[in-house]
Design a binder for this molecule. Structure first.
Ligand SMILES: [Zn+2]
Length: 264
């Protein structure tokens, strides 16, 4: 057993490629010291499956929400559906993943229509948001600034950070956390390395985004929560510190954001 304690702040385990060996995946993450995970939700239809997993495995907490690339599935009833799912289960620790993705879809209106009510819901329920933001930092920052001016911007995390240091600073100024995924272990992503070096010690999380984006040396394979240790190791190198420091800082930050203790 490892004496390092880690939290994978973002993963997806209900997909088909975990069907055959999920038990082993969980045993492996336990053996690597992963104590808690946040299972992200891409669309409300997934909630019963995720909830079931969170019953089977004590360390699984989850979010409820609609991913920006699923925005066409937003319906007038979606907000109340997410609200009751969140209120119904103490293992729901966030709303999301929500956000904007102009890399794979340009339908801005549709995405904003699904995003705003989810941000409102998170603020109302005092839950953090898990933000997916791709090629849309300026729009997302503007939208959050508008909410902040009204005093209704929820807390949250920018998951799978791929932005620039300048963009990161603006999200940090809004009070958000920044989460680093396996991408930070790739070569040539110099702006992400820079972000990982300068992010304040009390403002970053780590994640796998399993089954996607496996870190080096597993790149190209199915990702799994045990590999969050590789992300942590790489951050330790970038920040010239030890794995144990990254584990302690990122776990404390995840606890502060998701408040697992109050909810478990
Ligand atoms: Zn995700």
């Amino acid at each position: 057993m490892s004496d390092v304690e880690l939290i994978d702040s973002h993963c997806h385990l209900i997909f088909e490629n975990f069907e055959k060996d999920l038990e082993e995946v969980v045993l492996r993450l336990r053996s690597r010291g992963v104590k808690k995970l946040v299972h992200a939700c891409c669309e409300p239809r997934e909630i019963p499956k995720i909830k079931k997993l969170s019953r089977e495995f004590n360390e699984i907490f989850y979010s409820v929400g609609l991913h920006p690339l699923e925005s066409k599935k937003w319906e007038p009833s979606s907000k109340s559906l997410l609200k009751s799912a969140a209120l119904d289960d103490r293992k729901v620790v966030a709303i999301g993943e929500l956000g904007l993705d102009f890399f794979k879809s340009e339908d801005k209106t549709l995405q904003i229509n699904a995003l705003i009510p989810q941000m409102e819901l998170a603020f109302e329920l005092e839950l953090p948001v898990i933000i997916h933001c791709r090629d849309a930092a300026n729009e997302m920052i503007k939208l959050c600034n508008d909410l902040a001016k009204k005093g209704t911007c929820p807390r949250g995390v920018l998951h799978c950070w791929t932005g620039t240091p300048e963009e990161m600073k603006q999200f940090l100024d809004l009070g958000f956390y920044i989460s680093f995924s396996g991408i930070v272990t790739f070569p040539k992503v110099h702006h992400i390395h820079k972000c990982a070096k300068i992010v304040p010690h009390d403002k970053y999380l780590i994640e796998t985004d399993s089954p996607f984006l496996a870190p080096v040396p597993h790149r190209g394979k199915r990702n799994e929560p045990a590999f969050v240790e590789n992300v942590a190791n790489y951050l330790a190198d970038l920040r010239s510190t030890e794995l144990i420091t990254i584990a302690k800082e990122s776990s404390k930050n995840a606890e502060d954001l998701f408040k697992f203790d109050l909810l478990s």
